[in-house]
Design a binder for this molecule. Structure first.
Ligand code: NI
Ligand code: MN
Length: 229
């Protein structure tokens, strides 16, 4: 199974011949190393409605005849724009054949547009269960105590956590989140896209590894990370 970081908070995951893309913000993403028009995928996962996550989801889904897996309100929004969707809600799990997905709580907002702002339900995180591994994409979120419960119910092989601060937890809270979740491995995300979320991920890596002994891998846009089964 191969994870690829596409910039900001966008990742793709290849499970055998199946491809997923998560939070496909590409065409307007200053970090992106690929345009939405080049993406080939079977599934599109969207954590919440903010433009830096929903991004190019509808365009990518329609061109690939892929299905968008997301919160009910976002699913309805994307359906109305011609995309295939699979609606879920927090706490629910579904077997998609080859992988299962469960939606988690995320402490954040979920809206699109400016005048008027359209609210798109609750934001979420994703647990992906596949090839005997559990990957937790926390999405945009602040720290919350139930991260401990998530880690206890589903031992996490890899967590992808935001560290940018301002819009999500910063590095100090992300360190505490790692202590709650107790994953086997950590990848930081949602930083350095803009000045307001500038962080040195090496400081986060050093702190986490020193305090918890859990390895942290820093990915640059375009980098891949192999998850062994
Ligand atoms: Ni957001
Ligand atoms: Mn965001």
């Amino acid at each position: 199974m191969l994870l690829k970081f596409l910039g900001h908070s966008c990742f793709s995951l290849s499970i055998g011949a199946t491809s997923l893309i998560i939070d496909p913000y590409l065409n307007e993403n200053p970090q992106a190393v690929i345009k939405a028009g080049e993406i080939k995928t079977d599934w599109v996962l969207v954590t919440h409605g903010h433009h830096d996550h929903m991004g190019d989801a509808v365009e990518i889904a329609k061109r690939n005849n892929a299905t968008i897996i997301t919160i009910t309100e976002i699913a309805r929004y994307c359906e109305a724009r011609g995309a295939k969707t699979h609606a879920m809600y927090i706490g629910g799990k579904h077997d998609f054949g080859g992988f299962k997905i469960k939606l988690t709580l995320a402490l954040h907002g979920s809206s699109i547009g400016t005048d008027p702002i359209e609210y798109l339900g609750q934001p979420c995180g994703f647990l992906i269960f596949t090839e005997g591994k559990t990957i937790y994409f926390a999405g945009d979120t602040g720290i919350f105590g139930d991260m401990e419960l998530i880690g206890r119910l589903h031992p996490i092989d890899l967590v992808i956590l935001p560290i940018g601060d301002n819009f999500t937890m910063g590095p100090e809270d992300a360190l505490e989140a790692v202590k709650l979740i107790k994953p086997a491995h950590v990848i930081p995300t949602h930083y350095n896209t803009w000045d307001i979320i500038a962080q040195d991920p090496r400081v986060f890596k050093n702190e986490v590894e020193k305090e918890t002994g859990i390895p942290v891998t820093i990915l640059s846009p375009g980098d891949t990370f192999s998850i062994d089964s």
